[in-house]
Design a protein around this ligand. Structure first.
Ligand code: ZN
Length: 251
């Protein structure tokens, strides 16, 4: 069920236990070979597939394409909501729907830079509404929901999401191959750093010259289809758990 297609009395009439999903992505550099709108296009496809399976059990807000991408601003074309602006934006979206009476909220995220402010926003919301015992506030990044796509597609080499990498490039080859540039000359950019397990603050240009992190030269459309299937399954499973939540308990 798409919020964009409903009129206000129809929204008013919905069960307020209907989960409200805010897909959040970005518009930022994705190396020499991928379009700036990569994260929004890939998440849009996962949303499209998931929405088709969940029908009218979930209310989908339109995808928020502006993300927190300040760490990519050294690369031309990137648009970003600065971290504190982005925190207020996410808080505000949920506050709007609290006003409309809804109680179950899920941010489904398709961009790494949204992760820290997204978690922060959900914790701020919970603390601000500490008198409520009927709220569910979730932030979920689609590639971090437990899926192991290499089990269905053993040719996948990466074991985690990078940036404009084997995984993202494969999905774009599946979705919009005409937007993918030359891959043959691209080389792997490793993602690790030598001070793990500490969390080290970073900006993108200190980790990669071309802009990608990972191995885009290994991408294929077949891998992309396997990735879309795994990630869609994970999002649908999560939202079915949200639908099945009893409305009050921690478990
Ligand atoms: Zn991306």
């Amino acid at each position: 069920m798409q919020l964009t297609d409903l009129n206000w009395p129809a929204v008013h009439a919905l069960s307020k236990d209907t989960p409200v999903v805010f897909p959040v992505a970005a518009l930022e550099q994705h190396g020499h070979h991928m379009p700036l709108f990569t994260d929004s296009m890939l998440l849009g496809e996962i949303v499209r597939r998931s929405a088709g399976r969940l029908g009218d059990r979930v209310l989908w807000a339109p995808l928020m394409w502006l993300g927190n991408s300040d760490h990519h601003l050294d690369f031309a074309g990137t648009l970003s909501a600065a971290p504190r602006v982005y925190l207020d934006l996410l808080n505000g979206l949920v506050e709007n729907f609290l006003q409309h009476g809804f109680k179950r909220f899920v941010f489904v995220n398709g961009h790494g830079g949204n992760d820290v402010p997204g978690r922060q926003a959900t914790f701020e919301l919970r603390q601000r509404h500490r008198n409520r015992s009927d709220l569910l506030l979730l932030f979920a990044t689609y590639w971090s929901l437990g899926g192991e796509p290499w089990k269905t597609e053993p040719s996948l080499q990466q074991r985690q999401m990078g940036h404009a990498c084997e995984w993202e490039t494969s999905m774009m080859l599946r979705l919009n191959p005409q937007l993918v540039g030359e891959l043959k000359k691209l080389q792997t950019v490793e993602s690790g750093h030598n001070l793990e397990p500490a969390v080290r603050a970073w900006i993108t240009k200190e980790r990669t010259v071309p802009g990608h992190i990972g191995s885009p030269q290994l991408a294929t459309a077949e891998k992309g289809e396997a990735l879309f299937q795994t990630f869609t399954d994970d999002v649908v499973k999560l939202l079915e758990r949200v639908i099945g939540w009893d409305g009050k308990s921690w478990r």
